[in-house]
Ligand binder design. Structure first.
Ligand code: PMP
Length: 335
C-alpha cells in the first residue's frame, strides 16, 4: 500500500467483511467498515467533499471560517479537514451533547459555541439558526449545512458507491442504510439505480423516527424519541430522497444495542449505536428472503464513543434495557 501524503488521503477505501458467525438465512451479508476512516466515521467522506466543493465553487477562500451546527460525526470530520487545510471551524452545539464530544472537537482545534437544547427552529437560540446567523455575520465564512448541501449525497454517489460496486465485484442485491442527513441513502440510491436498478435500498430506522411510516404509507406521524445516535428523523431533510427506498424496518433501541453487542462478541467488529440499527435491519431483511442474495450494510461509526453507554451493562440496566441479575452481583455479569 502506498504512503499517504496526509491524513485526508486515508479517508475511504474502507474494507468490507463478510458476516460468518451469525445466521443470515439464505443471504450472504457484508459490512463496510466506515469506522476505519481517520475521524472514525462515514462522515469523513462528506467532510472532505463538501469543503472541496466549496473551494472549487469559490465559496470559501484560504484562511476562511467553516461553520456547522452539529456535535456529531460531521463535526469531527470537518475538524479533521479544517485543521489540515488551515480553515477556522466554528461548531454550534446544543448543550445536551456529551462533554466528551465537546472535548474531542476542541482538541481537534474547533471552536465550540454551546447553545440551548430546549428550543426549536425559529427560536434565536436554535443551533441551526445561530449557525446561519454567524455565517451571515462573519466575512469569508461558509455554512456547510449537511442537510441541504448537494456535495453530501454526491460524495456517496461518486465515491462510496463506485468503491462498493468494485469491491463487491459488481454483484450485489441490496444495501441497508440509515438516514441522518440522508446523504448516504440518496447518493448510493442514485448510483445503484444507474448501475443496476434491481439493487434494493433498504431503510433501517429507529422506532420513533417518522421515516418508516412515510415510506410505508406516505403519512407524516408525530416523532417519538430514541437513544440511537446519528440516525432517525422528525422531518425529511432536503438531502433525503425517500422515493429510493424499497423496504423499511423500524428497530427499537434495545434491538439496536443488542445487535451491536452481538456483532462485537461474535465478529469482533466495534460499531456505534447506528451500526446496531443497520445490522438488526439487515439481519431481518436477510432472514425474510426466499432466494439467496448478497446484502451490504455499514458500520457508520466506531463503538469507542459508546463504551460507557450501550457497551456498559450498568448503563443498559439504568435504561431498563438489561435485567439486573437476580443472584450474584453485577460484577459477575460484567466480567
Ligand atoms: N450513523 C451515524 C453514526 C451517523 O452519525 C450518521 C450521520 N448523522 C449516519 C449513520 C447517517 O448518515 P447520513 O447523514 O448520510 O444519512
Amino acid at each position: 500500500m502506498a504512503i499517504n501524503r496526509n491524513i485526508l488521503e486515508s479517508i475511504g477505501d474502507t474494507p468490507i467483511v463478510e458476516i460468518k458467525q451469525i445466521d443470515t438465512g439464505l443471504c450472504r451479508l457484508f459490512v463496510k467498515l466506515e469506522n476505519q476512516n481517520p475521524g472514525g466515521s462515514i462522515k469523513d467522506r462528506i467532510g472532505l467533499t463538501m469543503i472541496e466543493a466549496a473551494e472549487r465553487e469559490g465559496k470559501i477562500k484560504p484562511g476562511g471560517t467553516l461553520i456547522e451546527a452539529t456535535a456529531g460525526n460531521t463535526g469531527l470530520a470537518l475538524a479533521l479537514v479544517a485543521a489540515q487545510k488551515g480553515y477556522k471551524l466554528i461548531l454550534v452545539v446544543p448543550d445536551k451533547m456529551s462533554q466528551d464530544k465537546v472535548f474531542h472537537l476542541k482538541a481537534l482545534g474547533a471552536e465550540v459555541r454551546l447553545t440551548r437544547s430546549d428550543v426549536n427552529k425559529g427560536h434565536p437560540a436554535y443551533y441551526q439558526d445561530i449557525a446561519e446567523r454567524l455565517a451571515r455575520e462573519i466575512p469569508n465564512s461558509f455554512y456547510v449545512n449537511q442537510f441541504q448541501n448537494p456535495a453530501n449525497p454526491l460524495a456517496h454517489e461518486t465515491w462510496t458507491g463506485p468503491e462498493i460496486w468494485a469491491q463487491m465485484g459488481h454483484d450485489l442485491d441490496a444495501v441497508v442504510v440509515g438516514v441522518g442527513s440522508g446523504g448516504t441513502l440518496t447518493g448510493l440510491g442514485r448510483f445503484f439505480k444507474r448501475v443496476n436498478p434491481k439493487i434494493e435500498m433498504v431503510l433501517a430506522d429507529p422506532v420513533g423516527s417518522v421515516l418508516t411510516e412515510l415510506v410505508k404509507t406516505g403519512q407524516m406521524t408525530e416523532a417519538g424519541s430514541w437513544l440511537v445516535e446519528g440516525i432517525g428523523e422528525d422531518f425529511v431533510p432536503d438531502n433525503c430522497d425517500l422515493s429510493l427506498v424499497r423496504a423499511a424496518y423500524p428497530i427499537s433501541d434495545k434491538e439496536s444495542f443488542f445487535a451491536a453487542r452481538d456483532l462485537l462478541r461474535t465478529e469482533g467488529i466495534l460499531g456505534g449505536s447506528s451500526t446496531g440499527t443497520l445490522f438488526a435491519a439487515a439481519l431481518k431483511y436477510c432472514r425474510e428472503q426466499t432466494t439467496p442474495k448478497r446484502v451490504l450494510t455499514f458500520i457508520p461509526d466506531t463503538g469507542n464513543k459508546y463504551l460507557s453507554k450501550m457497551y456498559n451493562d450498568y448503563w443498559m440496566i439504568d435504561q431498563g434495557l438489561l435485567e439486573r441479575p437476580r443472584e450474584g452481583n453485577l460484577k459477575d455479569l460484567i466480567s
